[in-house]
Design a protein around this ligand. Structure first.
Ligand code: BES
Ligand code: MN
Ligand code: ZN
Length: 488
């Protein structure tokens, strides 16, 4: 899709914008009244007839409005002049327009004052989100939306410059988010560790990244006993993927992102129940978000050093699978009693975190669909954010808020560590059911004493169940904003 700005400041010029459809985001009834006459009149008539009642998210669709050049006009009522209301109304409006014959769309705002980069970013992001369709294994999927170009209507040149910059960032965010969404949606047999490695190697060429793929033998040499234990039950070869974007100065310490890449989580010998087990194809959502963020940051040629690590394997039961009670030695040298083979995410992440030390990182953030307990704690709106570092936690929280991809800080008090005590190893890999998201984070914390570290539990936010079943691409927006905020 193509994005641009058009300057239409003079009275009557919004009604005269040439496009297949015009979407007007309306902050208030008064703002609608101040639109170009034909646009204001149509809105007023609909209000009088009770066809729109100025509730946030309401959309009014009108065809061939006299005096308006675009054949289709949609009004999306925001109800407030905030960035958040703008975005919600935009999504609702695009929902109404995308199904039709519209190829070129113009988006105008009424009552938001001068638009800025955040509005441009929203347009590019929401357009990609609204038109994404999973087709990879579904030949019968409906034809893709016909929408090809989106123009944001601005009142002045300076406004258009700011919006254009937002569009540029938004397009990169959209690419990264869509990439993460697409790969998380692909079923376990179409998204194996090998597929992820091939994808990463392809991105080396397409995005100018340095990519290295470590195989089982390499991981054995490194002493990744914990990661290897999870992978040993699977016939699919594991992949440990390391990607580098070196856009910063040579001496700049990199940001390191570590993604959980369980391409299918059966639970292993501690087998999961059958109901909804298919959703465990999404258990590589953390890995997908690392790949997506690498793509977005590289596309923007951001002046920052970024390393993405993906530990990828299936978690399967088999005659060779790791068993409850088995004790393994992690790369850090600490031993782990694997009391539950379904708590496999932390087992692969701990070795990846130890591996991350070699980059002498500024900060390390791991991203994982780690615990069902996090879904119970926070539901599906906010990702769980864990860090003992207040400044880092605040930075990530702020990045999530501005990106409309929010997180919520969770505790990491030492008292929670008690749960991990083991009679037969330095630690067990599970505690009791209580506070499960926190004990999982406490487990990871034991491997981060040499790092400035944060952990995002995205079990509730990486995908949706039910009618809208599918991956969300989160938290690529949060991570990309976070990384861009650290660029020089
Ligand atoms: N991938 C799951 C976490 C998960 C569960 C995400 C449900 C989304 C929805 C993870 O590997 C897992 O199985 N965690 C266990 C941990 C338990 C055994 C301590 C869980 O949450 O039940
Ligand atoms: Mn599991
Ligand atoms: Zn898992």
């Amino acid at each position: 899709m193509d994005f641009k700005t058009v300057v239409a400041g003079a009275p009557g010029s919004v009604a005269a914008v040439a496009a297949d459809a015009l979407l007007v985001i309306v902050a208030s009834v008064e703002a609608a009244a101040a639109l170009d006459q034909p646009l204001a009149d149509e809105f007023a008539r609909a209000l009088r007839d009770g066809d729109i009642d100025s509730k946030p998210g309401q959309v009014l669709y009108a065809h061939r409005v006299a005096g308006v050049k675009a054949a289709r006009v949609a009004y999306a009522f925001a109800g407030a002049a905030t960035a958040r209301a703008f975005r919600k109304a935009l999504a609702a409006g695009l929902g109404a327009i995308k199904a039709g014959g519209t190829k070129s769309l113009a988006v105008a705002a009424a009552g938001f004052g001068a638009l800025d980069a955040s509005h441009g970013e929203a347009v590019a992001m929401v357009a990609a989100e609204a038109t994404y369709l999973y087709r990879q294994t579904k030949p019968s999927a409906p034809a893709p939306a016909r929408l090809k170009s989106v123009a944001v209507v601005c009142a002045a040149k300076a406004e258009a410059t700011a919006v254009s910059e937002g569009l540029r960032v938004g397009e990169a965010l959209a690419e990264g988010t869509t990439l993460a969404r697409e790969w998380a949606n692909r079923p376990g047999n179409h998204c194996t560790p090998t597929h992820l490695a091939t994808l990463a190697l392809g991105m080396a060429k397409s995005h100018g990244l340095k990519v290295e793929v470590l195989e089982r033998k390499d991981c054995e040499k490194l002493g990744m006993g914990s990661f290897l234990a999870v992978a040993q039950g699977s016939d699919e070869p594991l992949k440990f993927i390391v990607m580098r974007w070196m856009g910063g100065a040579k001496a700049d310490a990199p940001v390191v992102l570590v993604g959980k890449g369980i391409t299918f989580d059966t639970g292993g010998i501690s087998l999961k129940p059958a109901a909804e087990m298919d959703e465990m194809k999404f258990d590589m959502g953390g890995a997908a978000s690392v790949l997506g963020t690498m793509a977005a940051v590289a596309r923007l040629k951001a002046k920052v050093n970024l390393v993405g690590i993906v530990a990828a394997t299936e978690n399967m039961p088999s005659g060779r699978a790791v068993k409850p009670g088995d004790v393994v030695t992690s790369m850090s040298g600490q031993t782990i009693e694997i009391l539950n083979t379904d708590a496999e995410g932390r087992l692969i992440l701990c070795d990846a975190l130890t591996y991350a030390e070699r980059f002498k990182p500024a900060v390390v953030v791991d991203i994982a669909t780690l615990t069902g307990a996090c879904v119970i704690a926070l539901g599906h709106h906010r990702s769980g954010l864990f860090s003992s570092d207040d400044a880092l936690a605040a930075e990530l929280q702020a990045a999530g808020d501005t990106a409309f991809d929010p997180a919520w800080r969770m505790p990491l008090d030492d008292e929670y560590d008690e749960a991990l005590k083991s009679h037969f190893a330095d630690m067990g890999n599970v505690g009791s059911r209580a506070g499960g998201a926190v004990t999982a984070a406490m487990f990871l914390k034991r491997f981060t004493s040499k790092l400035r570290w944060a952990h995002l539990d995205i079990a509730g936010t990486a995908w949706k169940s039910g009618a809208a079943k599918g991956a969300t691409g989160r938290p690529v927006p949060l991570l990309t904003h976070f990384v861009l905020g650290r660029a020089r």
